[in-house]
Design a protein around this ligand. Structure first.
Ligand SMILES: [Fe+2]
Ligand SMILES: [Fe+2]
Length: 255
Protein backbone atom coordinates (compact mmCIF):
# COMPACT_ATOMS: atom_id res chain seq x y z
CA UNK A 1 0.00 0.00 0.00
CA UNK A 2 1.18 3.53 -0.75
CA UNK A 3 1.88 5.41 2.46
CA UNK A 4 3.05 8.90 3.43
CA UNK A 5 4.80 10.84 0.69
CA UNK A 6 6.41 7.88 -1.00
CA UNK A 7 6.82 8.64 -4.75
CA UNK A 8 5.21 6.37 -7.30
CA UNK A 9 7.52 3.88 -8.97
CA UNK A 10 7.00 1.07 -11.45
CA UNK A 11 6.28 -1.24 -8.53
CA UNK A 12 4.02 1.30 -6.99
CA UNK A 13 1.51 2.35 -9.66
CA UNK A 14 -1.92 3.83 -8.91
CA UNK A 15 -4.47 1.28 -7.81
CA UNK A 16 -8.27 1.57 -7.57
CA UNK A 17 -8.47 2.35 -3.85
CA UNK A 18 -5.96 5.21 -4.00
CA UNK A 19 -7.60 8.62 -3.86
CA UNK A 20 -7.36 11.04 -6.77
CA UNK A 21 -5.61 13.50 -4.42
CA UNK A 22 -2.91 10.96 -3.48
CA UNK A 23 -2.21 10.21 -7.13
CA UNK A 24 -2.03 13.93 -8.03
CA UNK A 25 0.36 14.56 -5.13
CA UNK A 26 2.73 11.70 -5.85
CA UNK A 27 2.55 11.76 -9.62
CA UNK A 28 2.27 15.33 -11.04
CA UNK A 29 2.15 13.95 -14.62
CA UNK A 30 -1.31 12.57 -13.73
CA UNK A 31 -2.72 16.10 -13.34
CA UNK A 32 -3.14 16.86 -17.08
CA UNK A 33 -4.91 13.49 -17.44
CA UNK A 34 -7.35 14.35 -14.64
CA UNK A 35 -7.92 17.77 -16.23
CA UNK A 36 -8.56 16.21 -19.62
CA UNK A 37 -11.01 13.69 -18.17
CA UNK A 38 -12.75 16.26 -15.94
CA UNK A 39 -11.79 14.41 -12.72
CA UNK A 40 -11.62 16.81 -9.76
CA UNK A 41 -8.27 16.36 -8.00
CA UNK A 42 -8.73 19.34 -5.66
CA UNK A 43 -11.84 19.78 -3.50
CA UNK A 44 -13.29 16.42 -4.59
CA UNK A 45 -9.87 14.73 -4.55
CA UNK A 46 -10.50 12.53 -1.52
CA UNK A 47 -12.48 10.13 -3.68
CA UNK A 48 -10.90 6.77 -4.61
CA UNK A 49 -9.95 6.74 -8.29
CA UNK A 50 -12.32 3.80 -8.90
CA UNK A 51 -15.25 5.80 -7.54
CA UNK A 52 -14.25 8.98 -9.44
CA UNK A 53 -14.18 6.96 -12.68
CA UNK A 54 -17.56 5.37 -11.94
CA UNK A 55 -19.13 8.79 -11.28
CA UNK A 56 -17.63 10.22 -14.49
CA UNK A 57 -18.68 7.15 -16.51
CA UNK A 58 -15.06 6.31 -17.32
CA UNK A 59 -13.47 2.91 -17.78
CA UNK A 60 -11.28 2.46 -14.68
CA UNK A 61 -8.80 0.09 -16.31
CA UNK A 62 -8.25 2.50 -19.26
CA UNK A 63 -7.67 5.39 -16.84
CA UNK A 64 -5.18 3.32 -14.80
CA UNK A 65 -3.29 2.43 -17.98
CA UNK A 66 -3.13 6.14 -18.94
CA UNK A 67 -1.88 6.98 -15.44
CA UNK A 68 0.71 4.21 -15.59
CA UNK A 69 1.89 5.55 -18.93
CA UNK A 70 2.10 9.12 -17.67
CA UNK A 71 4.28 7.99 -14.74
CA UNK A 72 7.06 7.34 -17.26
CA UNK A 73 6.88 10.87 -18.67
CA UNK A 74 9.21 13.54 -17.33
CA UNK A 75 7.45 16.06 -15.09
CA UNK A 76 8.06 19.72 -15.85
CA UNK A 77 10.94 20.99 -13.73
CA UNK A 78 9.50 22.72 -10.69
CA UNK A 79 10.48 22.96 -7.06
CA UNK A 80 9.38 20.06 -4.91
CA UNK A 81 6.56 21.86 -3.08
CA UNK A 82 6.50 19.21 -0.38
CA UNK A 83 9.86 20.48 0.89
CA UNK A 84 10.34 24.00 -0.60
CA UNK A 85 9.87 26.93 1.77
CA UNK A 86 6.26 27.96 2.36
CA UNK A 87 7.26 31.56 1.66
CA UNK A 88 8.37 30.53 -1.82
CA UNK A 89 5.17 28.53 -2.32
CA UNK A 90 2.96 31.49 -1.29
CA UNK A 91 4.87 33.79 -3.67
CA UNK A 92 4.56 31.22 -6.47
CA UNK A 93 0.79 30.92 -5.95
CA UNK A 94 0.35 34.71 -6.09
CA UNK A 95 2.59 35.35 -9.09
CA UNK A 96 1.74 32.26 -11.15
CA UNK A 97 -1.94 31.70 -10.34
CA UNK A 98 -3.61 34.70 -8.65
CA UNK A 99 -2.04 37.23 -11.02
CA UNK A 100 -2.94 35.05 -14.01
CA UNK A 101 -6.60 34.96 -12.90
CA UNK A 102 -6.56 38.72 -12.23
CA UNK A 103 -5.32 39.35 -15.78
CA UNK A 104 -7.57 36.82 -17.46
CA UNK A 105 -10.91 37.40 -15.71
CA UNK A 106 -11.53 40.96 -17.02
CA UNK A 107 -10.30 39.98 -20.49
CA UNK A 108 -12.54 36.90 -20.60
CA UNK A 109 -15.54 38.80 -19.22
CA UNK A 110 -15.15 41.33 -22.02
CA UNK A 111 -14.86 38.52 -24.59
CA UNK A 112 -17.93 36.84 -23.04
CA UNK A 113 -19.94 40.07 -23.48
CA UNK A 114 -18.88 40.35 -27.10
CA UNK A 115 -19.60 36.68 -27.93
CA UNK A 116 -22.94 36.90 -26.10
CA UNK A 117 -23.93 40.02 -28.06
CA UNK A 118 -23.20 38.33 -31.41
CA UNK A 119 -24.19 34.70 -30.78
CA UNK A 120 -26.48 34.79 -27.71
CA UNK A 121 -29.61 34.28 -29.75
CA UNK A 122 -28.47 30.99 -31.26
CA UNK A 123 -26.47 29.90 -28.17
CA UNK A 124 -28.46 30.79 -25.04
CA UNK A 125 -25.88 29.05 -22.80
CA UNK A 126 -23.60 32.06 -23.40
CA UNK A 127 -25.75 34.20 -21.06
CA UNK A 128 -25.26 31.65 -18.26
CA UNK A 129 -21.51 31.46 -18.99
CA UNK A 130 -21.26 35.25 -18.79
CA UNK A 131 -23.18 35.30 -15.49
CA UNK A 132 -21.03 32.51 -14.00
CA UNK A 133 -17.83 34.25 -15.05
CA UNK A 134 -18.98 37.51 -13.43
CA UNK A 135 -19.80 35.61 -10.25
CA UNK A 136 -16.37 33.90 -10.34
CA UNK A 137 -14.61 37.25 -10.76
CA UNK A 138 -16.39 38.70 -7.72
CA UNK A 139 -15.84 35.57 -5.61
CA UNK A 140 -12.14 35.30 -6.45
CA UNK A 141 -11.29 38.94 -5.81
CA UNK A 142 -12.58 38.48 -2.23
CA UNK A 143 -10.88 35.10 -1.88
CA UNK A 144 -7.48 36.38 -3.07
CA UNK A 145 -7.72 39.33 -0.66
CA UNK A 146 -8.28 36.95 2.29
CA UNK A 147 -5.30 34.83 1.29
CA UNK A 148 -2.89 37.60 0.39
CA UNK A 149 -3.62 40.01 3.22
CA UNK A 150 -4.31 37.59 6.07
CA UNK A 151 -3.42 33.94 5.57
CA UNK A 152 -0.21 33.99 3.53
CA UNK A 153 1.49 36.72 5.65
CA UNK A 154 0.73 34.65 8.76
CA UNK A 155 2.16 31.47 7.19
CA UNK A 156 5.33 33.34 6.17
CA UNK A 157 5.73 34.79 9.70
CA UNK A 158 5.11 31.34 11.20
CA UNK A 159 7.85 29.82 9.07
CA UNK A 160 10.28 32.69 9.85
CA UNK A 161 9.66 32.25 13.58
CA UNK A 162 11.24 28.80 13.38
CA UNK A 163 14.63 30.17 12.39
CA UNK A 164 14.21 33.44 14.34
CA UNK A 165 12.61 32.62 17.70
CA UNK A 166 12.37 36.37 18.49
CA UNK A 167 9.92 36.87 15.59
CA UNK A 168 6.58 35.64 16.89
CA UNK A 169 3.93 34.96 14.24
CA UNK A 170 1.06 37.42 14.55
CA UNK A 171 -2.39 36.03 13.90
CA UNK A 172 -5.68 37.92 13.82
CA UNK A 173 -7.70 34.68 13.66
CA UNK A 174 -6.48 32.34 16.40
CA UNK A 175 -5.13 29.17 14.80
CA UNK A 176 -4.93 28.02 11.21
CA UNK A 177 -7.71 25.40 11.10
CA UNK A 178 -10.35 28.18 11.30
CA UNK A 179 -9.30 30.29 8.27
CA UNK A 180 -8.32 27.13 6.38
CA UNK A 181 -11.88 25.81 6.86
CA UNK A 182 -13.27 29.10 5.46
CA UNK A 183 -10.90 29.13 2.49
CA UNK A 184 -11.52 25.45 1.75
CA UNK A 185 -15.22 26.23 1.69
CA UNK A 186 -14.46 29.07 -0.78
CA UNK A 187 -12.55 26.55 -2.91
CA UNK A 188 -15.55 24.22 -2.96
CA UNK A 189 -17.73 27.07 -4.18
CA UNK A 190 -15.09 27.96 -6.79
CA UNK A 191 -15.06 24.30 -7.87
CA UNK A 192 -18.83 24.44 -8.42
CA UNK A 193 -18.47 27.56 -10.61
CA UNK A 194 -15.61 26.01 -12.62
CA UNK A 195 -17.67 22.86 -13.11
CA UNK A 196 -20.60 24.97 -14.34
CA UNK A 197 -18.33 26.69 -16.88
CA UNK A 198 -17.15 23.29 -18.11
CA UNK A 199 -20.69 21.93 -18.40
CA UNK A 200 -22.20 25.03 -20.01
CA UNK A 201 -19.43 25.23 -22.61
CA UNK A 202 -19.65 21.48 -23.41
CA UNK A 203 -16.14 20.95 -22.07
CA UNK A 204 -14.92 24.15 -23.75
CA UNK A 205 -15.90 22.93 -27.21
CA UNK A 206 -17.02 25.77 -29.50
CA UNK A 207 -19.77 25.08 -32.04
CA UNK A 208 -18.62 24.19 -35.56
CA UNK A 209 -19.64 27.58 -36.96
CA UNK A 210 -17.88 29.52 -34.16
CA UNK A 211 -15.99 32.65 -35.17
CA UNK A 212 -12.35 33.23 -34.07
CA UNK A 213 -13.47 35.37 -31.08
CA UNK A 214 -15.81 32.61 -29.88
CA UNK A 215 -12.98 30.03 -30.19
CA UNK A 216 -10.46 32.24 -28.47
CA UNK A 217 -12.95 32.86 -25.65
CA UNK A 218 -13.41 29.10 -25.02
CA UNK A 219 -9.64 28.51 -25.19
CA UNK A 220 -9.04 31.26 -22.64
CA UNK A 221 -11.82 29.93 -20.43
CA UNK A 222 -10.30 26.46 -20.54
CA UNK A 223 -6.83 27.80 -19.59
CA UNK A 224 -8.30 29.77 -16.70
CA UNK A 225 -10.15 26.73 -15.32
CA UNK A 226 -7.09 24.48 -15.74
CA UNK A 227 -4.85 26.99 -14.01
CA UNK A 228 -7.23 27.49 -11.13
CA UNK A 229 -7.45 23.76 -10.41
CA UNK A 230 -3.65 23.80 -10.08
CA UNK A 231 -3.92 26.76 -7.71
CA UNK A 232 -6.43 24.93 -5.49
CA UNK A 233 -4.34 21.75 -5.64
CA UNK A 234 -1.27 23.60 -4.32
CA UNK A 235 -3.29 25.21 -1.53
CA UNK A 236 -5.64 22.38 -0.47
CA UNK A 237 -3.22 19.53 -0.82
CA UNK A 238 0.16 21.07 0.00
CA UNK A 239 0.20 24.60 1.49
CA UNK A 240 -2.64 24.27 4.00
CA UNK A 241 -1.66 20.82 5.38
CA UNK A 242 2.04 21.76 5.60
CA UNK A 243 1.29 25.06 7.34
CA UNK A 244 -1.07 23.39 9.83
CA UNK A 245 1.54 20.73 10.63
CA UNK A 246 4.13 23.48 11.13
CA UNK A 247 1.77 25.43 13.40
CA UNK A 248 0.96 22.35 15.53
CA UNK A 249 4.65 21.51 15.87
CA UNK A 250 5.49 25.12 16.84
CA UNK A 251 2.60 25.38 19.31
CA UNK A 252 3.63 22.02 20.81
CA UNK A 253 7.29 23.13 21.06
CA UNK A 254 6.39 26.38 22.82
CA UNK A 255 3.65 24.93 25.04
FE1 LIG B 1 -5.12 31.10 -3.90
FE1 LIG C 1 -7.38 29.74 -2.56
Amino acid sequence: MLTGLQPLTEQNMPFPTQTVREIALHQPTAIPIFEHLGIDYCCGGNTPIAEACAVAGLDLSAVLVALDFSAGLPALPAPDWQVASLELLCAHIIVKHHDFARRELPRLTELASSVLAHHGETHPELAAIHATLTQLDFHLSEHFAKEESVLFPYIVSLERSITDPGADPVSCFGFLPDPVAVLSCDHEHTGVLLHQLRELSHNFTPPLEACPTYRSFYEGLHSLVRDFYQNMHLENNILFPRAMRMESATAFATA
